[in-house]
Design a binder for this molecule. Structure first.
Ligand code: NAD
Length: 455
């Protein structure tokens, strides 16, 4: 697995005093060192401020759910004048008209300069309800522009997100708060997350802080190396039983991984005609079913369209898109994917912004967004959530193969001025795989450091 910033020579040079002087003089980016989650770390280390505009209907439920994940916030007026801040949660869901938006600069202006490195800013908005007043819809939609711009203004690894919460989902926020406020979301910024758009479980969501995936059976495809391997390790760390899938040529890597994560493995090509049936049978017979399916297996075969032969097009579209759709539908139809479960697709920023030489790949990855759109509603009736992650530039063998200059551009062209790590994608999948995320469906979460492409 070719990973990590260790290979990132630019970042190690920029970390030295000479490098920093060069960076300032030449206007080169000086990538901040991102904090990442480690076992036993609390959700947030530092001061957490919670505030709200107007009626602030979410402040109280958020305070309760923060307490449940071990976070004790304070109100902005209670801060010492020079107190540093690690996280801010602002309830903007009560903003009902254009004038009300002035509450945003009023609240944030005094706070932004006091944000610590890798601080977390979270805005909460209201999911547009049918028949809502136009002024209210306009004001709530406006929050997205504020969020994305503030995210671009952040320095030193700080991130900003907007969470839109449906009326019925006020008690369903704990797992989302735990992800977005913690170092688990190191490489996620400028995102809009919807909670409750496809229904909400009857009982308030609970979130196991130590092992959020305890007791969950999770299938990860393409798990032998790269991002998939990292997913298997992170999901195991969080308490899941992991079943790893990869091609037969990767059987020995699968075996080693499965020993490490005390899990199970299946060597098969996800595009094989009987793959859905074989996977279903294995999961039912050995594990009694499955709770989470992560469609990570994917390939690239880059060529401009004029040279795009069918042997480059077909496997990319079938592995990346055809197989995830067939496998998901079969597991849902047979009930092997249990109620309370989750499907996580792996898209890409190429599927959002397009990419030169990747018509095949971008087609397949945009199709994964279609899979989320198409299946979120019917799956909700079976109490299954459907989301996708869309990685940006992640340091793996796939991106190590990109020519140097292009690779350097890919790394830097985002708000955090560096590539992400496989673990960053894996942490996002961990959040979407947790039982506490049962109201989080229909989302495509970019893990891209707020790439400049396709925002
Ligand atoms: P990788 O090539 O390192 O790993 C992919 C794994 O999938 C391999 O182990 C491979 O053997 C397996 N696989 C391929 N075809 C398969 C098949 N037919 N059946 C079963 N397994 C198969 O790639 P990666 O960089 O870890 O990427 C993982 C996923 O993330 C892919 O879907 C990729 O498109 C996506 N992604 C990666 C990046 C990035 O920057 N690396 C960016 C965006 C999206």
């Amino acid at each position: 697995m070719g990973h990590t910033g260790v290979n990132d020579r630019y970042q190690s040079v920029m970390g030295t005093p000479v490098g920093r002087i060069l960076a300032t003089r030449l206007g080169l980016p000086d990538p901040p060192r991102l904090e990442r989650w480690s076992a036993d770390s609390p959700v947030v280390t530092g001061t957490v401020v919670v505030g709200g505009a107007h009626t602030s209907p979410l402040v109280e439920p958020v305070q309760q759910q923060l307490a449940a994940i071990g976070v004790s916030p304070c109100a902005a007026p209670g801060l010492a004048p020079d107190q540093q801040i690690k996280a801010v949660v602002f309830d903007a869901s009560g903003i009902a008209d254009v004038d009300g938006l002035a509450a945003l600069p009023e609240f944030f202006r005094p706070l932004v300069r006091r944000l610590e490195p890798c601080a977390r800013v979270l805005l909460l908005g209201a999911m547009p309800a049918a028949g809502a007043e136009p002024a209210r819809v306009v004001a709530q939609r406006a929050l997205e522009g504020f969020t994305r711009s503030l995210a671009r203004e952040m320095r030193r690894g700080a991130t900003v997100q907007l969470v839109l919460v449906a009326e019925a989902a006020h008690q369903q926020l704990a797992s989302t708060l735990a992800f977005l406020l913690s170092p688990r979301s190191a490489y996620v910024s400028g995102q809009v997350v919807r909670v409750g758009s496809h229904g909400v479980p009857d009982s308030p969501a609970t979130h196991d802080r130590e092992q959020p995936l305890r007791g969950r059976v999770v299938l990860v495809t393409g798990a032998a190396r790269g991002i998939g391997e990292s997913m298997a390790r992170v999901l195991h760390r969080d308490g899941a039983t992991v079943i790893s899938v990869d091609v037969a040529a990767q059987a020995s890597a699968l075996q080693t991984l499965s020993r490490d994560v005390e899990g199970d493995w299946i060597a098969l090509d996800v595009t094989a005609a009987d793959a859905p049936q074989r996977i279903a049978r294995h999961l039912r017979d050995r594990h009694g079913g499955v709770d989470v399916v992560v469609h990570n297996a994917g390939i690239t075969r880059d060529k401009r369209l004029a040279s795009m032969r069918s042997d480059l097009w077909n496997p990319v579209v079938d592995i990346n898109l055809g197989a995830p759709l067939r496998i998901t539908e079969h597991l849902l139809d047979t009930g092997v994917l249990r109620p309370g479960g989750a499907v996580v697709g792996v898209s890409s920023i190429a599927g959002i912004a397009g990419n030169d030489g990747q018509t095949n790949y971008a087609t397949s990855k945009a199709g994964i967004i279609g899979l989320v759109d198409a299946l979120a509603e019917p799956a909700a009736r079976l109490q299954v959530i459907v989301n996708a992650v869309a990685p940006g530039f992640i340091e793996t063998q796939m991106t190590a193969a990109v020519p140097l200059l292009l690779r350097e551009a890919g790394r830097r062209m985002n708000s955090l001025t560096q590539g992400g790590l496989p673990v960053d994608v894996a942490e996002a999948v961990g959040w979407l795989a947790a039982p506490g995320s049962a109201a989080v469906s229909g989302n495509v979460i970019r893990v891209c450091g707020q790439s400049l492409l396709g925002a």
